[in-house]
Design a binder for this molecule. Structure first.
Ligand code: PMP
Length: 389
């Protein structure tokens, strides 16, 4: 047994290295001269990034930046307090109203991040004696929320509705909750939402839907997975969305009924005890929402990029996905790291995603596409992947 904290830590670190799971930060600066996703590393080398969730390319949009700067000049940088203790600004209320109008829900509550939102939603709504049914590939924040609330967590095999039904049919104490990503963050595929909704009816379960990767990307006006499947908002109890992905900003929100939002405002600890979202970001998100709602051209570009990538590399081990998240499964972590490194040498940034983020043996390149990519960026990726193979 190690006898000091340091030797314990160094043993753990050696284990991480041995398993090929070492993680490093790589600072990349957006290239100010480029309006496609080009970044510069600390040695001055340029990379085209296929790593960002900035699907619509809004993070560097001048209209968002102007809105943020104008708000910054009046409100300052930090909100300075929790939303309930003086950190709430008129722009937060404006953003919440805009989001509610867009999604056609009664009310919206803003959170500092999606991670906080998921912890807060689940721990506030789900009781210790309830049951949670969760897709195995749900985002870590949903898993952590489920652990925090202490309910019985039953995970069904990814997208496997027969497995879910089997678990639901066993019943148990308390309320039943089905919790799922709308679009799965690592595989990019969609949850079978129509089936989830029908099971929810059959087994009196409530659905919590994480729309982090769906909003802005899927459905009419980018309204997400529900819109994609032409389902009704009332089919799910809770919609969670983030502002840090297609919105190109930062932060998150929960959308639903007045009662849901009132309850979360009073009960969700990650809401009550966090410093409010900076007002400048809320101002930028309001502009982003306008562009995103009217973003059919950007969504069409994304769609074409995806078709092109798959058509040019038809035999590559792509995971099935209709979204800008395209997974290329390479198996073990070392191989995924090697391919990612080779792409870096060729000026393409496409990080490997390894366990425990993805299941053992399914380490991959997670290619994310953006409407801001140019056709030649895609072509460069295709050529590089062909060469590597
Ligand atoms: N849910 C999903 C599905 C996500 O992919 C993420 C971010 N990776 C989050 C929640 C957390 O959101 P945020 O980054 O705003 O904390």
């Amino acid at each position: 047994m190690p006898d000091t904290v340091e030797s314990d830590w160094s043993t753990q670190l050696a284990d991480i290295r041995r398993q090929g799971l070492w993680r490093e930060l790589l600072p990349l600066q957006p290239d100010p001269a480029a309006d496609h996703p080009q970044f510069i590393d600390s040695e001055g080398r340029a990379f085209i990034s296929f790593a960002s969730n900035d699907y619509l390319g809004l993070s560097r949009n001048p209209a968002l930046q102007r809105a943020a700067i104008a708000e910054l000049e009046t409100s300052g940088l930090g909100a300075g307090a929790a939303p309930l203790l003086g950190g709430e600004r008129p722009v937060h209320q404006g953003l919440a109203a805009d989001l509610a109008d867009w999604l056609g829900v009664e009310a919206v509550l803003l959170f500092g991040s999606g991670y906080l939102a998921n912890l807060g939603i689940i721990s506030a709504l789900v009781g210790r004696h309830d049951r949670i049914y969760a897709d195995r590939l749900n985002h870590a924040s949903l898993v952590d929320g489920a652990r925090l609330c202490g309910a019985r967590l039953q995970r069904y095999r990814h997208g496997d509705m027969a497995h879910l039904q089997q678990l639901l049919a066993r019943g148990g104490s308390g309320r039943a909750w089905i919790i799922s990503d709308g679009v799965f963050s690592m595989d990019g595929d969609l949850a079978p939402l129509p089936e989830l909704v029908s099971f929810a009816r059959q087994y009196q379960a409530r659905i919590i839907l994480d729309e982090a990767h769906a909003l802005g990307v899927l459905g009419d006006q980018g309204r997400g997975t529900l819109a994609h499947y032409h389902l009704d908002n009332a089919d799910v109890a809770v919609i969670m969305g983030t502002l840090g992905k297609a919105f190109g900003v930062y932060g998150a929100f929960v959308a639903g009924s007045h009662d849901l939002i009132d309850l979360l405002r009073n009960r969700a600890r990650s809401f009550i005890y966090h410093t409010a979202l900076p007002a400048a970001l809320a101002a930028a998100a309001r502009v982003s929402l306008q562009l995103l709602r009217a973003g059919e051209v950007r969504r069409a570009r994304l769609h074409v990029h995806r078709l092109l990538l798959r058509a040019e590399l038809p035999d590559a081990p792509w995971l099935p996905s209709e979204t800008p998240i395209q997974g290329l499964v390479l198996g073990d972590a070392a191989r995924a790291m090697r391919v990612s490194g080779q792409l870096r040498e060729l000026g393409l940034y496409c990080p490997a995603v390894r366990p425990p983020t993805v299941p053992q043996g399914s380490a991959r390149l997670r290619v994310t596409l953006s409407a801001a990519h140019r056709r030649e960026d895609l072509q460069a990726l295709v050529t590089a992947l062909r060469e590597i193979r």
